[in-house]
Design a protein around this ligand. Structure first.
Ligand code: WTA
Length: 665
């Protein structure tokens, strides 16, 4: 397991409990533990009836479903399968003719601080207009569209416009490389790419369009017929005639009305690539009906969203959190949301707190890694401390992406939430669509570092390798024993990998294996997620496969003979990437080693993206292997942590190598 032993230890001895304030319990949609338990009981009693009721109440169907759950081809579960709806209509059209119509949908704050607001009505017009532009360029229902956009209103418009015409979007985070874009275009068979000339982050202008050009020029991307270019800045960009079109040109003369195309509930709304323990990133395919139900429902349940709330999720639309809690959930809930283009530390590390004050944010959702870095900044500079801002508008705080250590939890609770706001520590994954295990703000007593209890209807459990339940108090594998509406439907183009990765035969083939280790509290049954149990790293809340980084390193074949990548605990980023490398030349030391390490980091940034750059690179003449040639990763993990090796090394072919690899560069 990847979380640091000290972090786990401090969670295990955690005994502070923070019950929700009476006022919150009274006002909340799910009121008190009795409210939570009543929903759980309803789901237990009539599982399908429960979901059918919620799907009818929370979504607008153009054709009502008659069947709730189809398990006939498990684990390829289908939900609401004969129903039809449109995701964009469920975010926008449904509010027309209601008081929400003229409400602010998005408060956009640009990197440089300029603020733009759009109402629901205006957003609908913009989405419709862009949807018409997509149609004019031949994009139609069932096509895939790759989106490589900065955090802007246009990014959300692009996603919603695809959904509106039934095209499946695949958003690629703006920090990924040309190679990553190329692989995703190919895998998804994208007919169009929506991008921007540049993105603005921390006062810098960073290219996007030229990376798309490089990706397409690398070959195998003939499927792309159009590249839409949003001109975020005035900087010129290189046009490929016949293929490229600017947003302004594409929108010229387009109507602001476009009827939403009804799709089947199982129609893929999006494919989002994420790292797994083997091979290339996998395209996680989500449905329209079940996914939209979850986006709406969790806004209501977890964030208890009310008409007067201003919601702010600080994620990027390139990650699943941005999909569910920026593009779809808040709009489906009719909320006003803040969308932020920049970074938390620009122009200073008080930006988040100043923005909460400026926009009177009431529900704030961010990642532990951001909190930890802002704690550090506030410790060294009073001026960026949250107490310098008026945070009295806040009523609920959220955390997502990685385990939150109790120290960071307490700081967040005290300094940001004024000991008044509950923290919902939401556990979920790209594959889940939305929150699965999380406190409810008006019900669940909080324990720092614990994501507490599963949402109603979510059969979360801790089991051993064969799928048998383990008693509370002992750690094991986190699984979900029954399907839920917003679960992953398949891996795009690879159903076999889907079955193997998530529904292992040893557990009977129908239980969802999350890939996380967890333990339930012996008394309360509260869940504590301790980290990944596979070869997936979580660096600053970003998922990265060790194999992906290893393949990137060895693809520098003039230099690298062999590479092994492991994670090690890091106070700021949760985990840090540590690479052990054998070169095709004598083992370098000193200046030469530093120079080659830099070259390799830059190479990985080019192959995958800067977020995958190894923090430590260590060179050896070999890697620690068993006599049968297997790399002993547990030894590497100990070395990465700087621990002395106490494990049995008698099966090791070359024990002397350990001393070499213990040295950092
Ligand atoms: C981790 C992000 C502990 C976990 C939504 C999971 C968490 C992986 C939490 C999924 C949490 C996410 N507590 N760990 N509250 N939330 N994780 O797909 O290891 O980017 O498997 O989805 O992040 O990352 P992903």
């Amino acid at each position: 397991m990847s979380a640091s032993p000290s972090a786990i230890q401090s969670v295990l001895v955690e005994n502070r409990i923070f019950p929700p304030a009476e006022s919150l319990v009274k006002a909340a949609r799910i009121s008190g533990m009795a409210g939570y338990e009543a929903l759980c009981a309803e789901a237990d009693k009539d599982f399908e009836g429960f979901w059918a009721r919620l799907a009818r109440e929370n979504l607008t169907w153009t054709r009502p479903f008659t069947q709730t759950l189809d398990e006939s081809e498990a684990p390829f579960y289908k939900w609401f399968a004969d129903g039809e709806l449109n995701a964009s209509a469920n975010c926008l059209d449904k509010h027309m003719g209601t008081p929400v119509e003229n409400k602010t949908a998005i408060i956009f704050e640009a990197d440089g601080g300029e603020v733009t607001k759009v109402t629901y009505k205006e957003l609908l017009a913009r989405v419709s207009q862009f949807a018409n532009a997509l149609k004019t360029r031949g994009v139609k229902k069932g096509d895939r569209v790759l989106i490589y956009m900065p955090m802007t209103i246009e990014g959300i418009v692009a996603m919603q416009a695809c959904a509106r015409i039934g095209a499946t979007h695949s958003v690629v985070f703006g920090g990924f490389s040309a190679k990553a874009v190329q692989e995703r275009i190919q895998d998804a068979g994208a007919v169009a790419v929506i991008t921007a000339n540049y993105q603005l982050r921390g006062g810098k202008e960073l290219p996007l369009k030229s990376i798309v050009d490089e990706a397409i020029a690398s070959g195998g991307c003939e499927c792309v017929k159009t590249v839409f270019v949003y001109e975020r800045t005035a900087t010129a960009w290189n046009r490929v005639d016949g293929r490229d079109v600017s947003f302004t040109e594409a929108l010229q003369g387009q109507s602001t009305e476009c009827a939403p195309v009804p799709v089947n509930a199982e129609h893929p709304l999006f494919v989002l690539y994420t790292s797994g323990s083997t091979g290339k990133p996998k395209g996680v395919q989500h449905s329209t009906g079940g996914y939209m139900l979850w986006a709406k429902l969790t806004m209501d349940w977890t964030f208890d969203i009310q008409p007067s709330d201003v919601f702010w999720c600080t994620a990027d639309i390139g990650w699943v959190t941005g999909h569910t809690y920026i593009t779809y959930g808040p709009l489906a809930a009719g909320a006003t949301e803040v969308v932020f283009e920049g970074v938390p530390t620009y122009p200073n590390a008080g930006r988040f707190w100043q923005m909460i004050e400026r926009h009177k944010v009431s529900v704030f959702y961010t990642a532990p890694t951001a909190i930890r870095s802002l704690i550090k900044a506030a410790d060294s500079d009073e001026a960026v401390h949250p107490k310098k801002s008026d945070l009295s508008s806040l009523r609920i705080l959220g955390s997502v992406g990685e385990p939150i250590n109790p120290e960071a939890w307490m700081w967040y609770y005290k300094n940001v939430g004024g000991e008044r706001c509950p923290i919902v520590d939401t556990w979920w994954q790209t594959e889940n669509g939305g929150h699965l295990i999380t406190p409810l703000p008006g019900a669940t007593p909080l324990v720092p570092g614990s994501c507490t209890l599963p949402l109603p209807g979510i059969a979360a459990a801790i089991v051993d390798e064969t799928g048998h339940d383990l008693p509370n108090g002992s750690g094991g594998l986190l699984v979900i024993k029954r399907p839920w509406p917003s679960m992953i439907r398949t891996i795009w183009g690879d159903p076999e990998r889907f079955k193997k990765a998530y529904f292992p035969e040893e557990m009977g083939g129908k239980i969802y294996l999350a890939g996380d280790g967890a333990v339930r509290d012996a008394k309360t049954g509260y869940f504590r997620v301790t980290g990944r149990i596979d070869d997936v790293l979580n660096v600053s809340g970003h998922r990265m496969g060790t194999m992906e980084i290893e393949s990137a390193l060895v693809s520098k074949s003039d230099l690298v003979a062999e590479a092994a990548v492991v994670g090690r605990p890091d106070d700021l980023t949760g985990e840090a990437i540590c690479a052990f490398v054998v070169l095709k030349r004598p083992r370098p030391t000193g200046e030469e080693a530093a120079q080659i390490a830099k070259e390799l980091r830059d190479w990985v940034a080019k192959e995958i993206g800067p977020i995958a750059k190894p923090k430590d690179i260590r060179f050896g003449e070999n890697l620690p292997k068993t006599r049968s040639g297997k790399i002993m990763r547990r030894l590497l993990r100990s070395l990465a942590k700087g621990e002395s090796i106490t494990q049995d090394t008698s099966t090791l072919e070359n024990p002397a190598i350990l001393d070499q690899l213990a040295q950092n560069n």
